[in-house]
Design a binder for this molecule. Structure first.
Ligand code: DGY
Length: 322
């Protein structure tokens, strides 16, 4: 069949943004998925022609289906996210319309927790800065690298004791660290020390690891008050979402020496990393690689496809978001 105004839609599945090759190839080969154009003009034209047909969207959690796009998709029934986070999607809007969502929990827990551990060790021991020191020949010209801070046996606060937070706690416990945490609710089956607010937690520890989900509920949860509570000997590690931390307050605290250092995998406006952060030596900067291993991304891709197939087969999701 043909329609005036453009080609016939090939299916009810919409791909938004770039995804793992396994997902992209399968979407094309098995589901004849439509692909949302990146260019705004092309996108308008595309939506004019196809928006009314789309029933399922497949996207990364950061790209998501935002409020505006959701409003353009009147028949949308499910959003299948590649990633554990889904802060790019208007979750409240989805709930209000009964649009179901899935994500990819568990399969990336170890990779992200490994990243948090690496950032914790790196920012305290300054391994990346020491690597730069060797590469620029400074060891030969200026002598030994300055002493750093001991990482084992410290008090570490975990903000968000979910799957990833617990896996970070497990790793740090092996280093003899004393684990404190703040969570929306105390977690009944752990012995770690609970604190009633992020600031209370920050005041009790030497380092704070941020592992809460992104989205409106956690925006700027780590604000100037939390950073001040962490203090001039305190370290911040963030493997969650950039928006969980007040980035301007973080930069100010680091520049003024009111915070000892930060290890960051995530930023407020990725891939933009504020220039002051890039200039600071007491900061370790990663380009959002928490889950970026071959094995983990493959597992995320497979789980994404299982969710999609399940939804298309019988309207259920393997790992639904509550
Ligand atoms: C996630 O799954 O939310 C990660 O940030 C993707 O790398």
């Amino acid at each position: 069949p043909t329609r005036p105004g453009g080609p016939v839609p090939r299916g009810p599945v919409l791909q938004i943004g770039a995804l793992h090759p396994l997902v992209e190839d399968t979407l094309t080969a098995e589901h004849s998925a439509l692909r949302l154009p990146a260019d705004p003009d092309d996108r308008e034209d595309f939506l004019d022609r196809h928006a009314g047909e789309v029933r399922v969207a497949v996207c990364s959690g950061r790209t998501g289906v935002d409020r505006e796009l959701m409003g353009r998709l009147p028949r949308l029934e499910a959003v299948v996210h590649f990633g554990v986070g889904y802060d790019g999607t208007d979750a409240a809007g989805a709930a209000a319309r009964g649009i179901r969502m899935s994500n990819t929990p568990d399969v990336l827990t170890d990779a992200v927790a490994d990243t948090a551990l690496a950032l914790y060790l790196d920012v305290l021991r300054r391994f990346s800065a020491a690597d730069r020191f060797v590469r620029r020949g400074a060891w030969e010209t200026t002598g030994n690298y300055p002493l750093t801070v001991h990482a084992s046996g410290r008090r570490v606060g975990i903000l968000g004791l979910g799957r990833i937070g617990r896996a970070v706690a497990h790793r740090l416990t092996a280093l003899g660290c004393e684990i404190h945490y703040h969570n929306r609710r105390p977690v009944p089956d752990v012995e770690h020390r609970y604190h009633g607010s992020p600031a209370e937690l920050a005041a009790a520890v030497d380092a704070l690891v941020v592992a809460v989900p992104g989205g409106p509920d956690s925006a700027a949860l780590v604000d100037a008050a939390v950073l001040d509570a962490l203090g001039p000997h305190g370290f911040l590690v963030n493997v969650a979402r950039g928006a969980v931390v007040d980035e301007a307050a973080l930069v100010a605290a680091l520049e003024d020496g009111r915070l000892a250092g930060a290890g960051l995998d995530v930023y407020r406006a990725e891939p933009h990393v504020p220039a002051p952060l890039r200039r600071l030596e007491n900061v370790v900067l990663l380009p959002h690689v928490g889950s970026a291993t071959v094995q983990t991304r493959r597992a995320m891709a497979e789980l994404t496809l299982r969710n999609l197939r399940s939804w298309l087969a019988d309207g259920t999701l393997v790992t639904p978001v509550d």
